[in-house]
Design a protein around this ligand. Structure first.
Ligand SMILES: [Zn+2]
Length: 314
């Protein structure tokens, strides 16, 4: 089922940040064979840089936080929530969905949701899989997400890629799963279509690698010609050139570190060039019908008493 735009007016894009340590990145994990003991935690400082960047730009965003980060660093999750951003879920550990059984997956997202809701004081309705790892063999994950009271997923990058991506997937928000009264919306990572090919404008290594102006042009083209929102994402560790650099093969080094020094300036320019908001707010204004009800970020932030409860310890 397609999802239709409710109202005319300027298109607001979704800005998202996957909150994890630099060593959670799959390329980094492979380079160190999963041995991350003794590596310094840098997630709080790098996420503070993200918060400062967003505050300067006057932009609210969705933070897909790893459950274990929420458990070990509750203060930074509270800071994100108190700044008016959306807290969403990136799983408990940074384990690929493709490496988990449905039971393990359910236990992980349930545990992460509980931790993040407790610490952040707002309902968590969004999920993003580590390394976009819901492929054709993991379609069962959507039903599990809906059953665990998630309302949207953002784990599909509709491009051709060696590691992830489905170039035939729809490019804009749509209902990906339904059973009776329960539904789940998919909000794919942004692409622009040129000559029949989907090009990535939704962030990741591509944004660090390609000229910022090209990405901005692509996003504006989608907004103007298709009247659709782009989902854009990045990681706090991309703004942290000071992170440890263990030896790794050149192709991994390239993917993980390329363009990190210029990244912050490029992001600031991007945020000034188009409209951005939380995924929750973009979906609330895009999705209509009884299938999936998604309240706005403002409505969510005002509701639970736990905001006040946690607010004392910022
Ligand atoms: Zn991740």
């Amino acid at each position: 089922m397609a999802v239709h735009r409710d109202e005319a007016g300027p298109v607001v894009n979704a800005l998202s940040i996957d909150v994890e340590e630099y060593y959670h990145a799959t390329v980094f994990q492979e380079a160190v064979n999963g041995v991350t003991t003794g590596l310094q935690s840098r997630v709080e400082a790098s996420t503070e840089r993200v918060l400062a960047l967003l505050e300067a730009a006057g932009v609210k965003a969705t933070f897909f936080v790893l459950g274990e980060v929420g458990k070990d660093h509750p203060a930074i999750v509270r800071r994100i929530a108190q700044a008016g951003h959306e807290i969403a879920c990136h799983g408990y550990h940074h384990t690929l969905v493709s490496d988990q059984s449905p039971e393990e997956f359910r236990a992980g997202i349930r545990r992460a949701k509980a931790v993040l809701e407790d610490v952040g004081g707002q309902e968590v309705i969004g999920y993003r899989a580590p390394s976009f790892s819901i492929g054709s063999s993991e379609q069962w994950a959507y039903g599990v997400l809906a059953e665990e009271r998630f309302r949207y997923d953002s784990s599909i990058y509709p491009i051709l890629h060696d590691r992830y991506g489905d170039r035939d997937a729809p490019r804009f928000p749509y209902e990906i799963w339904r059973k009776g009264g329960e539904g789940l919306i998919e909000f794919p990572i942004g692409t622009v279509r040129f000559f029949g090919v989907n090009l990535p404008v939704g962030g990741g290594g591509y944004f660090r690698l390609l000229p910022g102006g090209l990405i901005e042009m692509g996003i504006k083209r989608v907004n103007a010609r298709e009247q659709e929102p782009v989902m854009f994402y990045f990681h706090p560790w991309e703004l942290d050139p000071g992170q440890p650099r263990p030896s790794m093969a050149w192709h991994r080094r390239f993917r993980h570190y390329v363009g990190q020094e210029r990244h912050e300036a490029k992001l600031a320019h991007l945020l000034a060039s188009a409209s951005f908001g939380t995924a929750r707010d973009v979906l609330a204004r895009t999705v209509h019908g009884p299938s999936v009800s998604i309240g706005t970020q403002a409505a969510s932030a005002g509701s639970p008493a736990s905001i006040t409860r946690n607010g004392t310890t910022s």
